[in-house]
Design a protein. Structure first.
Length: 212
């Protein structure tokens, strides 16, 4: 059983800004179809690595599309976790074949060796950077030997907020790519690929890492 952990304190924790933000902009951020050629490429590469029917965690699943839905329809046992109530409500409706938990990714717990793969796309960057190394260590422990971790991270270090991002306040916190590589290695994962994902004037880093 997963341990969900407490809700953030709305008066102190910037994660509450993230939760409320995605509650407000869920549909503006992604519609029910969630078509994105980048995601399709990444998911295809993941299914080529993970045996059919395997257990996959979508950490920061949003509304469940496209990652959870595509993997669930392909026969994987999918568990999704997200901080936003609205995102989880949508995910449960859009992907009835998966299991979804409304929880803080930085404190949720699963038994060791629960998953064949863990996907975390554009989610780590919303967690306070000082909490991320411990989270990556727990992620590594949740993977079975040979399991895969696919994640987008920051490419350069930055912590900050915007008052109006797609219609609501939003907050981010991330290290640079070299730091994430070091954290992944320290967690016991082998980084097999790293690439830059451009976005606007900047971008993110995409990591493939494997538990050996």
């Amino acid at each position: 059983m997963a341990t969900l952990g407490p809700r953030p304190d709305p008066e102190r924790d910037p994660k509450e800004v993230v939760r409320r933000g995605y509650d407000a902009i869920s549909y503006a951020y992604r519609g029910d179809h969630g078509d994105d050629p980048r995601y399709a490429q990444w998911i295809s590469a993941l299914t080529a690595r993970v045996p059919g029917g395997g257990a996959v965690l979508d950490l920061g699943c949003g509304c469940g599309v496209p990652v959870s839905r595509t993997l669930s329809e392909a026969g994987y046992a999918v568990t999704g976790v997200d901080l936003s109530d609205v995102q989880i409500e949508r995910a449960r409706a859009l992907v009835p074949g998966a299991t979804f938990l409304r929880a803080d990714a930085s404190v949720v717990e699963f038994p060791p060796g629960s998953f064949d793969a863990i996907v975390s796309l554009y989610a780590l960057i919303h967690i306070p950077v000082d909490e991320q190394p411990a989270l990556l260590a727990r992620i590594a422990s949740w993977l079975r030997p040979g399991g895969w971790f696919l994640a987008t991270t920051g490419h350069t270090a930055w912590t900050g907020s915007e008052e109006n991002w797609l219609g609501a306040p939003m907050w981010w916190s991330h290290a640079d790519a070299a730091t994430y590589r070091a954290w992944l290695l320290r967690a016991g994962l082998t980084v097999t690929r790293e690439e830059f994902v451009p976005e606007g004037d900047g971008g993110h880093s995409l990591f493939w890492a494997q538990r050996t």
